[in-house]
Ligand binder design. Structure first.
Ligand SMILES: *[C@@H]1O[C@H](CO)[C@@H](O)[C@H](O)[C@H]1NC(C)=O
Ligand SMILES: *[C@@H]1O[C@H](CO)[C@@H](O)[C@H](O)[C@H]1NC(C)=O
Ligand SMILES: *[C@@H]1O[C@H](CO)[C@@H](O)[C@H](O)[C@H]1NC(C)=O
Ligand SMILES: *[C@@H]1O[C@H](CO)[C@@H](O)[C@H](O)[C@H]1NC(C)=O
Ligand SMILES: *[C@@H]1O[C@H](CO)[C@@H](O)[C@H](O)[C@H]1NC(C)=O
Ligand SMILES: *[C@@H]1O[C@H](CO)[C@@H](O)[C@H](O)[C@H]1NC(C)=O
Length: 374
């Protein structure tokens, strides 16, 4: 029997917001931040290119080239007893065994870009997506432990090696049922600008303001997968140094301590974020940062552990799940000219409003400065 995405009728109300026509070309013809051409699959294949829900022909979906068993899914379509929901607009695609969709994108050679897309698992088994912009490629596990709707947003970054690149999203899986395989919706791009150091902070992108595209109308943040295979992080300056993803959140949908973006450590000790800072051996440094909760019903005694050289600090934070933060400080003496600054969450926490999605403490506004000793 085919398992289907867990669906929540609640979404119906929020996700049928009218789409603003996306303008996906910048003034000079390169791609602009936002949805790709037909990035939310709202432009449907012609009826003659459909056999039931299955797309017939490689050029049937406007803007895309598809290969293998690809289904075109309509919002509200029934799968057994369940109703399929789609986060962006009314349509999505499902990639069957070995199936892929691809699109050519005009970019600026040498620049870094981040791709954000929504995906959902359909069968009760491990699913993966292989995202490629040659020569970079990364396999993202599609986990469903982060949002109760079954949908999550994933980010992946690449460096443009030429002026036109081809994005390929491929399901490498081979399941018994060819119609198993992830659903994809809303594929967007954002140019990333390498963060610069400032006079008053040795950390780069210390407030997480620069990073992956976040969809204005999906309220569940963006998962940034560990950098096992992706050496360009969608959060410039940082490394997701763990087994599981961290969640990139925005102030439009969450409480964020400072600025518009922050990171939520959603998977206990399995999700950590790090940065290597240049330090001078023997000097004393002061690392300060915000620990809080995202106003997402993540209730409980949260703890963030900070590591800097040989220094460690556990920061307890009593969360009511309604948004808030405190500052914490860790002083340490540098023992190397490169000091790894790392944050992780000690505990696993579940949201108190659905008891099914993982959540955790928020880290933001990191500052690292040397301390002048009198
Ligand atoms: C998008 O922007 C380009 C260049 O600024 C402009 O020519 C085009 O009309 C715009 N398209 C839409 C749909 O607004
Ligand atoms: C296109 O515009 C962007 C930003 O407006 C600029 O950074 C880039 O250099 C331009 N590319 C070309 C090829 O002119
Ligand atoms: C759909 O049909 C119209 C009219 O026949 C044609 O112009 C258009 O190219 C077709 N679209 C696709 C994606 O095949
Ligand atoms: C992912 O896809 C790319 C391009 O199709 C391929 O070169 C790469 O080997 C694939 N990786 C995995 C792990 O399947
Ligand atoms: C938390 O969210 C609620 C409901 O969305 C909102 O009314 C409240 O102002 C938010 N609290 C903070 C601290 O942002
Ligand atoms: C400091 O950096 C230099 C190179 O820049 C390296 O050769 C040296 O081993 C480093 N020292 C320590 C203690 O890491």
């Amino acid at each position: 029997m085919r398992g289907v995405v867990l669906l929540s009728a609640l979404l119906c109300a929020t996700c049928h917001i009218a789409l603003s026509a996306s303008n996906d070309t910048a003034r000079n013809g390169t791609v602009a931040d936002g949805l790709l051409d037909n990035g939310n699959f709202e432009q449907a294949p012609n009826a003659t290119n459909m056999k039931g829900t299955v797309v017939v022909g490689r050029y049937a979906i406007p803007g895309w080239v598809n290969e293998g068993f690809v289904e075109y899914i309509k919002y509200g379509q029934k799968q057994g007893d369940m109703l399929l929901v789609v986060p962006e607009g009314a349509y999505a695609v499902r990639l069957g065994n070995e199936a892929s969709i691809k699109q050519k994108i005009k970019v600026i050679k040498g620049m870094y870009y981040s791709i954000t897309f929504s995906a959902a698992r359909t069968c009760a088994q491990e699913e993966q997506l292989n995202v490629t912009v040659a020569p970079d490629s990364g396999v993202l596990p599609i986990q469903t432990v982060y949002s109760s709707t079954g949908w999550d947003n994933y980010a992946w970054a690449f460096k443009a090696e030429s002026g036109v690149v081809e994005l390929i999203i491929h399901n490498p899986g081979v399941a018994e049922d060819p119609a198993c395989g992830p659903l994809i919706d809303a594929v967007a791009i954002k140019a990333l600008y390498p963060p610069r150091l400032t006079n008053n902070n040795i950390m780069k992108n210390a407030g997480f303001e620069e990073g992956a595209y976040i969809f204005p109308n999906t309220p569940w943040g963006v998962l940034i997968a560990p950098n096992i295979e992706d050496d360009h992080c969608p959060l410039p300056g940082w490394i997701v140094e763990s087994l599981k993803a961290v969640k990139y959140i925005d102030s439009a949908h969450y409480f964020v301590p400072q600025g518009r973006r922050a990171v939520e450590l959603v998977a206990g000790k399995e999700s950590a974020i790090a940065q290597v800072a240049r330090t001078i051996v023997g000097k004393t440094y002061r690392l300060s940062f915000s620990v809080g909760d995202a106003n997402n019903s993540c209730v409980g005694s949260l703890v963030v552990e900070a590591f800097a050289g040989k220094g460690t600090l556990k920061v307890p934070y009593e969360s009511k799940g309604t948004g808030g933060f405190k500052r914490a400080v860790l002083e340490f003496v540098a023992v190397s000219n490169r000091t790894r600054i790392m944050f992780l969450s000690t505990y696993y926490t579940m949201r108190s409003d659905d008891f099914s999605s993982l959540c955790g403490p928020v880290v933001d506004d990191v500052k690292l400065l040397s301390v002048r000793k009198p």
